[in-house]
Design a protein around this ligand. Structure first.
Ligand SMILES: Nc1ncnc2c1ncn2[C@@H]1O[C@H](COP(=O)(O)OP(=O)(O)OP(=O)(O)O)[C@@H](O)[C@H]1O
Ligand SMILES: [Mg+2]
Length: 231
């Protein structure tokens, strides 16, 4: 579904990604792990067109997407949940969800399905964005992105800054979304919920991929975990 090949990305003249290559197959959940500053967010920004790579290739369903503007890439079916939860503070929870609705054939996400997955959001539907806790804001960000009916969901540090119990709930909810067949790419700097949800992992550091394998293989590779993940 997604094929990233040898991408090099920059912020101005700072060279950040040095030939990153990886792929995500339909129906899979894949995680991109690496410590702070490894280049995970830059990789996501490269995919969604906010920081387009200067060289390399990114194909989504066989089509090159480097050079397309972010809104086109989103319309093609890539949903992005950024690490900064950008909800609309002056809209209610319900309005925040509905604002992202994207009608298209095969769309499975509507308000009912969102509320059955996130009952908490239904109970808060008339609350304003500013009145939500960090965990509720994160649920709302995921819910809003789902309303665009993406085919591939990119999640940047979905558990960041949340209490362990809230992370567990988020993990279960993302597990439900995965069961519905949604393809996911999740990045995380600590070994948390991503590993429990994913089928495969890539480990990156200093803008390069240093390991790829199944989660079981990663668990067995103590030196990879020690060197790049500090666990
Ligand atoms: N807007 C920017 N301008 C210049 N350099 C940046 C910018 N954003 C990030 N960087 C640099 O790019 C490198 C990769 O950052 P990136 O945000 O991709 O890392 P990350 O793996 O997502 O880290 P974290 O786990 O902290 O979120 C870092 O060295 C960072 O300082
Ligand atoms: Mg990041």
């Amino acid at each position: 579904m997604l094929e990233v090949k040898e991408i090099h990305s920059y912020y101005g003249t700072s060279h950040i990604l040095f030939g990153i290559s990886f792929g995500v197959k339909e129906g899979e959940a894949v995680c991109l792990l690496g410590r702070n500053g490894a280049g995970k967010t830059t990789t996501f920004r490269s995919i969604i067109g906010l920081t387009p790579p200067k060289s390399g290739s990114i194909q989504f369903r066989g089509k090159e997407i480097i050079g397309k503007p972010p809104y086109r890439i989103a319309q093609m079916g890539i949903g992005y949940v950024p690490d900064t939860r950008r909800i609309f503070p002056d809209l209610t929870v319900r309005q925040n969800i509905l604002v992202a609705r994207r009608e298209h054939k095969g769309a499975i996400w509507d308000l009912d399905r969102i509320y059955s997955l996130f009952p908490k959001l239904q109970s808060l539907e008339t609350h304003m964005g500013t009145q939500l806790s960090g965990g509720e804001q994160q649920m709302l960000t995921v819910a809003r992105t789902l309303m665009t009916n993406p085919e591939l969901l990119l999640l940047d540090e979905p558990g960041e800054g949340l209490a362990p119990l809230v992370i567990k709930t988020m993990e279960q909810q993302l597990g439900e979304i995965k069961k519905l067949g949604l393809t996911m790419l999740i990045c995380e700097h600590n070994v948390g919920l991503a590993i429990n949800l994913s089928d495969r992992a890539y480990v990156m550091d200093k803008g390069m991929i240093h390991f790829q394998g199944t989660i079981d293989e990663l668990k067995k590779h103590e030196e990879v975990r020690k060197k790049y993940l500090m666990v």
